[in-house]
Ligand binder design. Sequence first.
Ligand code: MG
Ligand code: MG
Length: 272
Amino acid sequence: MIIPKSKEEIELMRESALVVSKTLGMLAKEVKPGVTTLYLDKLAEDFIRSEGAIPGFLGLYDFPNTLCMSPNEQVVHGFPTTEPLREGDIISIDCGAIKNEFYGDHAYTFAVGEIDPETEKLLQVTKESLYVGIKEFRIGNRIGDVGYAIQKYTENHGYGVVRELVGHGLGRKMHEDPEMPNYGKRGRGKKFIEGMVVAIEPMINMGTHKIRQHSDGWTITTLDKKPSAHFEHNVAIVDGKPELLSTFKYIYKALGIESDEEEPFRKEPLVV
Ligand code: MG
Ligand code: MG
């Protein structure tokens, strides 16, 4: 059952989302060759607590850390480790936080130093596909419309859309109804309703869409060991239209990137 949120609840969820957005912005400055993902995990936990929030993943389904850290061919759900990041790696960082009893949950794939152009393209297209999907999250559309848009956009570049993992409703629980696949058919699935809040999160592979689940019960890698990218935003339907609750602007500020990609999904520009 989809649980729509009131305007007041959406404002609380915006605060939860912003804790995660700021955490990812803080991490953007720290992602570099030689740094371990376990170190970044500790920084994130301290930062989230300093914001008066609780790490959302820690202990959830018995996950042992604050961040899911998935380098290179890892798709999602990787553990932070003592292995240092290397020049040319990519690292998908997924972060959750609870504030005011509501969850924020979003993700960004970072380049570690200089990466090859083919991988750079994967990151760019995956991020673009997130906004292509968000645009379809509006009254009058259905779940299949978002998935169709993301699938078409990324498959046109020859990429694989992971089938086994999907976006989801978000609220007082980390995973609420509905499931939001990154593939689908136009006009199929449940209708979107006013006040619903979801995490839209394309997980896109450079090669095959097929994945392998590791025996640790968590780590998921691409079957062909080619890289995979993951970008996630939290989005509400307000007055019939998609409104971003999360932002990558803290990341862009840290990295010196100019971008107006989020502007269509806000009533007013967000200054960070
Ligand atoms: Mg996430
Ligand atoms: Mg999620």
